[in-house]
Design a protein. Structure first.
Length: 374
């Protein structure tokens, strides 16, 4: 006689038992990892002292996440697996030392999303009202690190962030890249044909210019300090005015301020991406896949830009971006902000820095840091 086939409930019951056993093994291993991380903290405090011990190591975390992605065999994709490990490391680090992370607020901004993507959800989030305030909070050591936007793929560099480095001693310890999806948010029951004002950050309004021209030409656009601030303003509207306003912001802001998402992904460029910088006090050792940022004050003479670019070509160092800003030291003086591949400890990068130093008024290393993993 043939063995009767199992029923659906019997098969599911067996699979659920397997999942329960695997969950127990995972939980045991997670606690073993947390115990090991706690031991790491004790060793650091013993040899470095309780006050000077360094718990967060950006290069180490980048190396771990890269290995996770390299050895992943599915069915979860590489980034999803890395995000799980990101949260695991965040929880273990918080067990060693809870970190306070300042970011451009209020709650619900894309910058907060970038902070959580980079550090995980076990950090203490500290929303601040401006990029200047984020720099000051970290400079005062009231926060361990700060997160600020630096450039958008469709709208270019964030000049406010660039200019802040001119007057700050902070260095860059990491970067985050995020696909930015803009959404039109309104209060429940709003008729879009009655909307008279749309609030958002100036960058977001620019990123959605064509969509707004085509779909809401009657609405006046108002730039505010952040997307989350735009959502907050809409949420606070009452009475007849509640149906006359909308905001452009992310899903996090929609959830936080309980707004309806009327239209999703209204950005003009489908690959719209923003890059954020992690700023702090400590220099970061090489991780194996690094990027370096420089501030170069050029001499005001013919061919100044050529003399800045030439050493990168000669020493075969790949430059990823360059941006100029007025130096504030006389008419037509410029500061160049340069990003390139490699770590400042690499021999060919050191040659570039040496050549730049000989032909510039000032060369300041803003930091070498791991290239974005997630």
């Amino acid at each position: 006689m043939t063995k009767p086939a199992l029923t659906q409930e019997q098969e599911l019951g067996q699979l659920r038992q397997d999942i329960d056993q695997i969950d127990q093994q995972i939980q045991t291993l997670i606690n073993q990892r947390a115990t090991c991380a706690q031991r790491v903290a004790e060793v650091k405090q013993l040899y470095q002292g309780s006050h000077d011990a360094v718990f967060y190591r950006p290069e180490r975390e980048a190396q771990v996440l890269r290995r996770v992605m390299e050895r992943n065999q599915g069915p979860l994709d590489d980034e999803e697996m890395a995000r799980l490990f990101r949260e695991l490391m965040s929880a273990c680090l918080a067990h060693e030392q809870p970190m306070r992370i300042a970011f451009l607020g209020p709650q619900g901004t894309f910058t907060q999303a970038a902070a959580l993507k980079h550090f995980g959800h076990s950090v203490i989030s500290a929303p601040l009202g401006s990029i200047d305030e984020v720099f000051r909070e970290v400079e005062a050591k009231s926060a361990h690190y700060g997160v600020v936007p630096i450039e958008n793929s469709s709208e270019g560099m964030i000049n406010h962030t660039l200019d802040s480095f001119r007057h700050s001693s902070l260095v860059i310890s990491g970067e985050v890249e995020m696909r930015i999806h803009q959404n039109l948010l309104v209060k429940q029951g709003t008729d879009l044909s009655q909307v008279e004002r749309i609030y958002s950050h100036s960058q977001s309004l620019a990123q959605c210019r064509s969509w707004l021209d085509n779909h809401m030409p009657q609405a006046e656009r108002f730039a505010v300090s952040s997307n989350a601030e735009a959502a907050r303003r809409v949420a606070q509207q009452t009475g007849a005015d509640a149906g006359k306003v909308a905001a452009i912001a992310g899903i996090m802001a929609a959830d936080l301020y309980e707004l309806d998402v009327k239209h999703e992904n209204i950005e003009d460029q489908p690959d719209n991406t923003t890059r954020f910088l992690i700023i702090g006090h400590a220099t970061v050792p090489a991780s194996g896949q690094d990027k370096t940022s420089l501030l170069v004050l050029a001499r005001n003479k013919p061919g100044a830009l050529y003399h800045i670019l030439e050493p990168f070509h000669r020493h075969n160092v790949s430059m990823t971006s360059i941006e100029s800003r007025p130096s504030g030291q006389g008419a037509w003086g410029y500061v160049f902000y340069i990003d390139f591949e490699g770590h400042h400890s690499d021999s060919k990068v050191q040659q570039v820095l040496k050549d730049l130093d000989q032909d510039s008024v000032e060369v300041r290393l803003l930091g070498s840091y791991p290239q974005a993993v997630l």
